[in-house]
Each structure stands twice: as C-alpha cells, then as structure tokens.
Ligand binder design. Structure first.
Ligand code: AMP
Ligand code: MG
Length: 326
C-alpha cells in the first residue's frame, strides 16, 4: 500500500509518500518565513496555496510515482489554523475524487506520536509533545491517547517564538535561541511552575521580556532553556512514575532541540528508563507523519466520506481512537 500525506496545519506545507513497510518514498516541505511578526493564518494559507502545486510535483518526482499508483490520500484534518487546514483538505479531496482513492483525515498530534513510535520502536512510552501550539504529557490508556499533563497557559514553542520576536529574531525562534544558548551562560533565576503534571510559562515570559534590557540575550536564552526544559521533564518523569512506564519519547518541533534531548536522555538514564530519540527533521511538522498515520487508519477502516471531511480546528487527541499499528 502506498499513501500520500498532506500537512498544512500551521507554518509548513508538506507532502510525504510512504509505503506500509514504513519506507519513505518522498518528503517535500516548504515553511513560511515571515519577515516580521508570527504566523498569520491568512498569509500562511496564501503561502500554502502558492507552494502546493510545486510541492506535489516534487513529491511525485522524488517517488517516481503518479497519483494513480498511490492507494490512499491522507491529510492533516486538525487541530490547526482554519485557513491553513483548508488548503491541505482541499488538495486531498481533489486528488481523492479525481483518482477515486479513499480519503483519510488524520489528527496532527496523533501523527506526531505515531511517527515517533515507527521511527524509534518504542512500545508504550510517555510522550512529551512540544510544538508551537501544544505542550502535553501524553500516554496510551485503553486504546486512546490520554493527556495527563499540559500547559495551563501558553505552549513552549509559543513562548520561545514570542520571546525571540521581542528580541528582534524572526520566526521560528526556537532554533535561534538554541544557537544563542549553545555556550553555557549565566543561569538567571526564573519562575519554575510545575503543578502535578501541568506547567505554566506565561509568568516566565513576562519576566524574561522585562529583563531584556538588563541581561545578555545569550544568558536569557540559556536560562529559558534550562528552566523550561527542567519543568517539562519533571512533569514527564512524574507521569512515568505514576503510570509505571519506563520509556520516554519527544514529539513536535521543540523536540528537535539538542539540549532538551540531552536532558531527556539523562533523566531516563538516572531512573533506569529508556529515552527514544530519532532524526531531527521528523520532530517538526512534515507530510511523512500524515502519510504514515493515514496507512494505519486505513488498515483500521477509518475512511472519511469526502462530503463530510471538513477540517477540525480544535480536534483533541483524546477524541481519536488509536489506529492499528503496522
Ligand atoms: P511544530 O509545529 O511541531 O513544527 O513545532 C514548531 C515549533 O518548534 C516552533 O515554536 C519552533 O520555534 C520550535 N522549534 C523548532 N526547532 C527547534 C529547536 N531546535 N529548539 C527549540 N524549538 C524549536
Ligand atoms: Mg506540529
């Protein structure tokens, strides 16, 4: 079986093609780079419409396939920005109808977790899912992904991007702050807020913004990473202890951070657990994960009628039945 998957929830328009053995036949992506400001839904959807035909051509070229040779069409149905989601949904429906292929609507968060399992071979981990819009400690219970902890206010990626923007750095801020934090700096005392398995970052954001004139940007970037990543790993460790699980996996764009992965590895080592890492490019949004989750859903019989395939901007991962693993 061959699946084409379309990702368009936020900053990236991506198309991936995979087969049911997990072989990646194509992986093409374009990410919007706004000159100023963050990710504006309308401008970003315009970007996605502009690049979509080229990305499709490129993906088919890479795989050496035409659309008739593809068996299923999967798209990222939500959660995400409405205008952006509609680009991927529109393209997926058009391909499915024109080539008489089954259409599969994939939950974006679930796709991040399923590709992490496929790439690492982890069996039943606690996931720390960290992206621009999400910060969640998740694990499987009775056929569903359950969110055991999450941010009480802003997401970690959002914190990094907003702080970076206040410091005059363009989107995405996370990798730029990572670069600045590379040389161990001065550790500035910042609010450390963990409540059970929940975290909160808004007070920390206000504080680092107020310190911008007083402290070096390198030291602020370093301290943000040390404090926030410790908070996130404390919440994850608590989930591992409560649930009696001894595997940890990161997912979502912030997972690409080298220091975070190093800290996650160390925490697991200290408690005799295993940290499952994978290639950096699969942490950030991509079409491959959508294509892969699409295959799993198809084998579970989760085909979506085209006439009721509207995008779901606020689609919680708990509302999706975990598909059969391939
Ligand atoms: P996603 O939506 O899953 O692709 O995640 C996007 C978020 O990941 C944005 O907030 C980025 O700033 C953040 N991000 C990407 N790479 C890194 C990195 N190396 N370190 C920290 N944050 C990152
Ligand atoms: Mg994402």
């Amino acid at each position: 079986m061959i699946s084409i998957g379309i990702e368009s929830t936020a900053h990236t328009f991506g198309i991936g093609i995979t087969d049911s053995q997990g072989k990646i036949l194509a992986d093409c992506r374009r990410t919007i780079k706004p000159e100023k400001g963050g990710i504006h839904p309308r401008d970003t959807s315009r970007h996605h419409y502009d690049v979509a035909p080229d990305v499709l051509k490129e993906a088919l070229g890479q795989s050496g396939l035409n659309l008739d040779q593809v068996d299923i069409v999967a798209f990222s149905r939500g959660p995400g920005l409405g205008p952006c989601l509609r680009v991927g949904a529109t393209m997926a429906r058009a391909i499915a109808v024109a080539h008489s292929k089954p259409l599969i609507g994939v939950n974006h968060c679930l796709a991040h977790l399923e590709i992490a399992l496929k790439l690492t071979g982890a069996k039943d981990p606690v996931f720390l899912y960290l992206s621009g819009g999400n910060t969640q400690v998740i694990s499987e219970a009775e056929g569903r992904y359950v969110v055991f902890g999450e941010t009480e206010d802003i997401a970690i990626g959002n914190l990094l991007d907003v702080f970076a923007r206040s410091a005059g750095l363009s989107f995405p801020g996370g990798p730029k702050l990572e670069e600045l934090a590379m040389n161990e700096g001065k550790l500035i005392d910042l609010p450390y807020v963990v409540k059970g398995m929940n975290v909160s970052f808004s007070g920390l954001l206000t504080m680092v913004q107020s310190l911008m004139q007083k402290e070096r940007l390198e030291d602020l970037a370093y301290s943000i990473q040390e404090v926030c990543f410790s908070m996130l790993l404390e919440a994850s460790e608590r989930a591992m202890a409560y649930l009696g699980k001894n595997e940890l996996t990161l997912a979502g764009g912030v997972g690409a951070n080298k220091r975070l992965r190093e800290m996650a590895g160390k925490m697991c080592e200290e408690r005799g657990a295993k940290f499952f890492d994978y290639a950096k490019e699969y942490y950030v949004d991509n079409g491959v994960m959508i294509s892969w989750a699409g295959l799993e859903h198809f084998s579970s019989g989760d085909v979506l009628p085209v006439e009721s395939s509207k995008a779901l901007q606020k689609w919680r991962i708990e509302d999706v039945k975990i598909p059969r693993r391939l």
